[in-house]
Design a protein around this ligand. Structure first.
Ligand code: PMP
Length: 391
C-alpha cells in the first residue's frame, strides 16, 4: 500500500472549503499602490497596509538602489556575527531618533520583534497579561515564553485589574497590547494601562505596528498621541505598514536593547535584512518626519469615510485608518467582498481565524495614495450593496 502520511491534510482542507474558511494566495503584478492588478483585473486596493502611500515611493526605491551599489544585496549573516552593516546602524539611529528613544533594535519582521521581545522579557515563573485581540505574533510570543498567560477581555481595564490583583506570587509581570488593533481599528486604553503597570510594578509592551507613521504629532504612534511614551517600557513597531517596507523594530532604553540583543532568539538566530532594505527605511522615516500632511489627510479622509458609511446604515467600527464593516458570519462577508471585487474594488473579507467566530468583517484599509475618486467609488459601491442586502 502506498504510504500517505499527509492524507489528513486533504481532508482538513476540504473541511476549510466547506466552511468557507480556506485561504488562497493572490498574486498582484507591479508595485503595491492604490490600484493593483490581481489575476489580470485592475482593482482599487483597500486591502494593503501602505497607509502613507510609501510602498512605491521613488525616493525610497532610489535609496535602496544606491545602497545596493555600495553595500550589495545580501547581509550574509545574523547581526551578531557579521550581518550588521552601516545601513542597519544608520536605521537604528534614525528609528531611535524619530521615536525619541535611547536605542532601537531591528528585527527581520514585526512578527519576529514581538516574539523576540516577549520571550526575552518573560519566562517560567512570570505572568503575561495580554489583550484578547492582540496580534498573532504577540499570542505566539506569549505561548513560547513559558510564562503564565492571562488573557483579559478586549480593552477591558477592569478585567485586567482583577487579573493583576490576583497574580501576586509571580516573579515578574508583563502587560502586552497592540496600540491600534489591526482588525477592529480601535485603540488600547494606554493611559489606564500605564497607570496599572505603575501601580502593580508591571512591565508594559505596546505594539505600534499599525500606528507608527500615522498617529502622534511626529508620527511615532498612539503612545505619542496620548503622551505616555515615557511610561511605556517597550515599544514595538514595524516598517511593513505605514513605512512601506519590511522588517520590525523595538525601541526603549539602552539596557532594554542590550538585553534583547543578548536574549531575543528571533534576533540572534536570524540573518539580518539586506542593507538596502534598511537604507530604504531611513528615507521612509525622513518622509514621515518631513511630510506630516500625509498622516493628517489620511486621518481626515478616514473620519469622513466612517461617517459616510455609518449614514448608509453599515455597522462600522474603529477610529482610525482601519475601517471594519461588521457582517458577522464568513459567508455574507466573503460574498460582499466578491460583489465589491466585481465592481473593481479590493476589500478583503476577514474571517476566522483572523477574527473570532461570529466577528467576520470587511476590512477597509485607507492609504494616503487613495484619491477622492477612489473613495467615492467605494462609498457608491457599498451603497448599492446595502440596498441589495436590504440592511
Ligand atoms: N503586530 C501587529 C499588530 C500586526 O498587525 C502585524 C502584521 N500584520 C505584526 C505585528 C507583524 O508585523 P510584520 O508584518 O512586520 O511581521
Amino acid at each position: 500500500m502506498t504510504r500517505r502520511p499527509l492524507a489528513w491534510i486533504d481532508e482538513e482542507l476540504q473541511t476549510l472549503d466547506q466552511l468557507e474558511l480556506r485561504r488562497r494566495l493572490r498574486t498582484h503584478a507591479g508595485p503595491q499602490t492604490a490600484e493593483i492588478a490581481i489575476d489580470g483585473q485592475s482593482l482599487i486596493n483597500f486591502g494593503g497596509n501602505d497607509y502613507l502611500g510609501l510602498a512605491a515611493d521613488p525616493r525610497i526605491a532610489a535609496a535602496a538602489t544606491a545602497a545596493i551599489q555600495t553595500e550589495g544585496w545580501g547581509s550574509g549573516a545574523s547581526p551578531l556575527v557579521t550581518g550588521h552593516g552601516q545601513s542597519h546602524a544608520a536605521l537604528e539611529a534614525a528609528v531611535a531618533q524619530l521615536e525619541g528613544a535611547e536605542a532601537a533594535l531591528l528585527f527581520s519582521s514585526g512578527f519576529a520583534a514581538n516574539v523576540g521581545a516577549i520571550t526575552a522579557l518573560a519566562s517560567k515563573g512570570d505572568v503575561i497579561f495580554s489583550d484578547a485581540k492582540n496580534h498573532a505574533s504577540i499570542i505566539d510570543g506569549v505561548r513560547l515564553s513559558g510564562a503564565r498567560p492571562q488573557i483579559y477581555q478586549h480593552l477591558d481595564i477592569d478585567h485586567l485589574e482583577k487579573l493583576i490583583a490576583q497574580a501576586a506570587p509571580f516573579r515578574r509581570r508583563l502587560i502586552v497590547t497592540d496600540s491600534l488593533f489591526s482588525m477592529d481599528g480601535d485603540f488600547a486604553p494606554l493611559v489606564e494601562l500605564t497607570e496599572l503597570a505603575a501601580q502593580y510594578d508591571a512591565m508594559l509592551l505596546v505594539d505600534e505596528a499599525h500606528a507608527t507613521g500615522v498617529f502622534g504629532e511626529q508620527g511615532r504612534g498612539v503612545c505619542e498621541q496620548l503622551g505616555v511614551e515615557d511610561q511605556v517600557d517597550v515599544r514595538v513597531g514595524t516598517f511593513s505598514k505605514a513605512l512601506g517596507g519590511h522588517g520590525g523594530f523595538v525601541v526603549g532604553s539602552q539596557s532594554l536593547i542590550d538585553w534583547l540583543l543578548n536574549r531575543a532568539r528571533s534576533y540572534i538566530f536570524s540573518t539580518a535584512a539586506p542593507m538596502a532594505s534598511a537604507a530604504a527605511m531611513v528615507t521612509a522615516l525622513q518622509i514621515v518626519r518631513d511630510e506630516p500632511q500625509r498622516r493628517q489627510l489620511l486621518l481626515e479622509r478616514a473620519t469622513k469615510l466612517r461617517n459616510d458609511l455609518r449614514s448608509q446604515g453599515w455597522q462600522v467600527g474603529g477610529e482610525s485608518q482601519i475601517i471594519p464593516i461588521r457582517l458577522g458570519e464568513p459567508e455574507p462577508t466573503m460574498q460582499a467582498s466578491l460583489r465589491l471585487r466585481e465592481q473593481g474594488l479590493f476589500v478583503p473579507g476577514i474571517r476566522p481565524p483572523s477574527v473570532p467566530s461570529g466577528e467576520s468583517l470587511l476590512r477597509i484599509s485607507l492609504s494616503f495614495a487613495h484619491t477622492v475618486e477612489h473613495l467615492e467609488q467605494l462609498v457608491s459601491a457599498l451603497d448599492q450593496l446595502r440596498d441589495q442586502r436590504r440592511i
